[in-house]
Write a protein that binds this ligand. Structure first.
Ligand code: PEP
Ligand code: MN
Length: 330
């Protein structure tokens, strides 16, 4: 249940109200302009009685388990502002970069090409969740420094994956957005920890996660105090083996129906096949995605990881221009 508060309520008023609710037997936390009651409400609770509490303007008796991520709580879409950029607003956000940060020269070349297209976020893994321990594991901190510097030089935001709680502070020091990968979508300790960070989090859908699992994972981050969460559909495992994953485009309208959070799509991991990245990126934007994430490289065949799903700069440049046209007619 959510108590929407009067704008006049000060922090002190909110703290007092939370204490009062706790005395009444509820677990309550402040959330944006509201107080979320996380535990203690059941069918015997008299919802009406909350309206008489000081500073409470409205009571939302949400039935959704993903209370904070859900639309019942917040009908207007979440817009995330980072530096001079906006995510989840009217504009389409494009995240692009190599699967892994490979070298200083490589990431600076890619950053320049990304900026030229008008895309706003540079990606690159420094700590890589590789299926095999014998594959390239990423450059670690050195990679983060290269990525952060390249993004800064070309006025881009940066994003990189956090695989472990111990990496959060280091990544947050160099990078603007924390990425939680598909394999960690239900790593609840990690979700709680990034929920305490002041950096926005892009949460990728677990490859076996239902929409409910996905939104409950987002709920962990929101509930820990971080309201800047971006959902990213990146394909799920199905009986189909031709593609690396089955990209679930329906996730876009479904998640928009259920949640106020921005929804992105990653057609690179979603298909695993270079030739499918462009059509699926277009489909994602046509379905209403707020942004896409793609893997690009000046020489895709030479990429140190995920070469088969990586597109070249020319293809990417053309794609960005098509995506803006599709967004405009949506
Ligand atoms: C990535 O984006 O670098 C990545 C590993 O993606 P996923 O977690 O979706 O596999
Ligand atoms: Mn990759």
């Amino acid at each position: 249940m959510i108590l929407v508060l009067n704008k006049k309520a000060t922090k002190q008023d909110v703290d007092q109200l939370i204490k009062r609710l706790e005395f009444m037997g509820f677990t309550a936390v402040p959330y944006q302009d509201s107080i979320a009651i996380l535990k203690g409400v059941d069918k015997h609770t008299n919802i009406e009685s909350f309206t008489t509490l000081p500073y409470v303007d409205k009571v939302i008796a949400t039935q959704q388990q993903f209370m904070l991520a859900g639309k019942e709580f917040k009908t207007e879409r979440t817009v995330i502002k980072i530096k001079d950029k906006v995510i989840g607003g009217q504009d389409l956000t494009v995240i692009a970069g190599p699967c892994s940060i490979e070298s200083e020269e490589n990431i600076f070349t890619i950053a320049e090409s990304v900026a030229k297209t008008g895309a706003t976020i540079l990606r690159g893994g420094a700590f890589k969740p590789r299926s095999s321990p014998y594959d390239f594991q990423g450059l670690g901190e050195q990679g983060l420094v290269f990525l952060g510097n390249a993004a800064q030089k070309y006025n881009l935001l940066s994003i990189s994956e956090v695989m472990d709680i111990s990496q959060i502070d280091l990544i947050a020091k160099h990078i603007d957005i924390l990425q939680i990968g598909t394999r960690n979508m239900q790593n609840f300790s990690l979700l709680k920890a990034v929920g305490k960070s002041d950096k926005p989090v892009l949460l990728k859908r677990g490859f076996s996660a239902t929409y409910k699992d996905f939104l409950l994972a987002a709920e962990y981050i929101l509930n820990a105090g971080n309201s800047n969460v971006i959902l990213c559909e990146r394909g799920i495992r199905t009986f189909e083996t031709y593609t690396r994953n089955t990209l679930d485009i329906a996730a876009v309208p479904v998640l928009h129906q259920l949640s106020h959070l921005p929804v992105f799509v990653d057609p690179s991991h979603g298909t695993g096949i270079r030739e499918l990245v462009v059509p699926m990126a277009k489909a994602a934007v046509a379905a209403g995605a707020d942004g896409i994430m793609v893997e690009i490289h000046p020489k895709p065949d030479e990429a140190l990881s995920d070469a088969k799903q990586t597109i070249d700069i020319q293809t990417f440049t053309k794609l960005v221009s098509s995506l803006h046209k599709i967004k405009a007619i949506n």
